[in-house]
Design a binder for this molecule. Structure first.
Ligand code: GLN
Length: 239
């Protein structure tokens, strides 16, 4: 079995090490004897979403988001069809913001893809620090690091998780991220997936089942180091 992972705009959305999510997906496939192909999807190039199984899109500063937003119209129709067909997307921070209608800062509005009816508004005081969620997707706590000025309003969508410690979508500290079909939008850097192997495996399982049309049981991996990294963040908030 093989999956193709599209790494969207890596030259601009590379500020917080979120490329580690691409590496984690790739490794956890290969460690199970499956094939993984990573395709870099640079700004301005045509994208064949029908060829992709997972789209990974990372964080960036406001400037790079604004630069990239000029190209989003060109990919919107095919990206939306991919999402509506159950294509897997992991969109982190700025990428999560650009899945929505806009990201508004004192400098103006950066228009997003409009794939989801959400919006983001900048506010004074960055939301920064380690964060721990409880997500309905997996039994383990979901841990990461957030660093964003934008506050994202998700309307009636399901959140990625409820916030146990940290901020999340806004300073209210109640919900974080968003779930829609096989899209996960989140503010969690880290990178997210190596510290949350259950989320990584869920993304792989969903993509494999969509590509091969059958129930997939992923063999467990020796995740002692991953679980230790996860518990280390959770324990920080206990003491
Ligand atoms: N520039 C955006 C913000 O500050 C996103 C930052 C990020 O990707 N961490 O909200």
């Amino acid at each position: 079995m093989k999956l193709i992972i599209g790494h969207l705009y890596p030259e601009l959305f590379n500020l917080y090490g979120d490329r580690g999510n691409v590496q984690c997906l790739e490794k956890r496939l290969r460690w199970r004897g499956m094939e993984a192909e990573v395709i870099s999807l640079p700004v301005g190039e045509r994208i064949d979403f029908s060829n992709l199984d997972i789209v990974c899109w990372g964080g960036s500063s406001d400037r790079e988001s604004e630069l990239a937003s000029r190209y989003l119209t060109g990919i919107r129709r095919d990206f939306k069809a991919y999402v509506e067909d159950g294509g897997s997307v992991l969109a982190v921070c700025a990428a999560y913001q650009l899945l929505g209608d806009y990201y508004e800062t004192p400098g103006g509005k950066t228009m997003g893809l409009g794939l989801l009816e959400i919006y983001t508004r900048w506010a004074p005081g960055r939301l920064v620090g380690n964060i721990v969620l409880k997500s309905k997707l997996v039994p383990m706590p979901v841990v990461g690091f957030e660093n964003h000025g934008g506050r994202t309003y998700i309307g009636s969508y399901s959140p990625f998780g409820t916030v146990n410690s940290g901020h999340g979508n806004t300073e209210k500290g109640d919900y974080e991220g968003l779930l829609y079909k096989n899209v996960i939008g989140t503010y969690l850097h880290g990178p997210l997936l190596p510290k949350n192997p259950q989320i990584c495996d869920l993304i792989l399982k969903r993509a494999l089942e969509r590509r091969y049309g059958t129930d997939i049981i992923l063999q467990p991996l020796p995740d002692e180091a991953e679980h230790k990294a996860n518990h280390q963040i959770v324990d920080r908030f206990r003491c």
